[in-house]
Design a protein. Structure first.
Length: 248
């Protein structure tokens, strides 16, 4: 609808939560690490495959330049106190996931058990790899004894722009060019569909589920705090005395 009406729809901030993510993605597409054969989300998808995992899933699509074409998943126990709206299946509540994702060009992404690491996404190519995250991502060209870290100018020169400056600029750029905003509503819709596919796979005992999903009515319900608008309107407006107490 936004495209049809010429509206720039920016959604989320995944592309700026790691410094130089877009530059790193462009560097990979220039061929510096060759064809991508493997990826992982080293920290896993704890607590929310969709609600918080949307960031890593969007980063994965952005850094690889590929879509997810299948999912195999297993659920982690949902946090206590999380519930679906009355009358909805309990199985549709958002929760953490582990599993595997298949990428367009044949590579596979692993989602391991949750781990407290700073790397958001790891990508391995035929001739190098990238560890995306921390104050500065690690870029490696070559393999084995010939592997070496590299430092493109954009990785080491100057401080990145302030976070929200970049977020606003993406809308201005989309308006000027008539194209989609970087980190668009489409990107986050794709992340939601991947999360739903992981849950559907888990419900079927880990069976592989193809994307895009054929059943467009499938859903996953977020934590009540998110569902009632707390992320946007603030916790007080929806009846919370304080932000929800979620584990770190």
């Amino acid at each position: 609808v936004c495209r049809e009406r010429g509206t720039a729809f920016g959604c989320g901030t995944a592309c700026w939560e790691v410094p130089n993510l877009l530059e790193t993605a462009a560097w990979i597409r220039e061929g510096h690490i060759g064809r991508i054969i493997w990826a992982s989300i080293p920290g896993g998808l704890p607590r929310e495959a969709s609600g918080a995992g949307c960031v890593q899933l969007t980063m994965l699509r952005t850094i690889t330049g590929q879509e997810v074409v299948w999912a195999e998943g297993a659920e982690l126990p949902p946090e206590s106190g999380w519930e679906v709206p009355p009358g909805e299946p309990e199985a549709d509540i958002d929760c953490g996931m582990r599993g595997w994702l298949g990428l367009t060009d044949g590579g596979v992404c692993e989602i391991p058990e949750p781990s407290a690491v700073t790397c958001r996404v790891h990508v391995k190519g035929e001739n190098g790899e990238v560890w995306l995250g921390g104050p500065r991502s690690v870029l490696i060209e070559g393999t084995g004894a010939s592997a070496s870290p590299v430092y493109p100018d954009w990785l080491t020169t100057g401080e990145p722009k302030e976070f929200f400056t970049l977020v606003v600029e993406r809308l201005m750029r989309a308006f000027d060019t008539g194209g989609d905003a970087v980190c668009s509503g489409h990107d986050y819709r794709q992340a939601l569909e991947i999360a739903i596919a992981l849950k559907q796979s888990a419900h079927r005992g880990g069976e592989r589920v193809s994307l895009p999903l054929s059943d467009r009515s499938l859903r996953v319900f977020p934590h009540p705090y998110r569902l009632k608008g707390g992320d946007v309107a603030g916790y007080a407006s929806i009846g919370y005395a304080a932000p929800p107490d979620l584990p770190e």
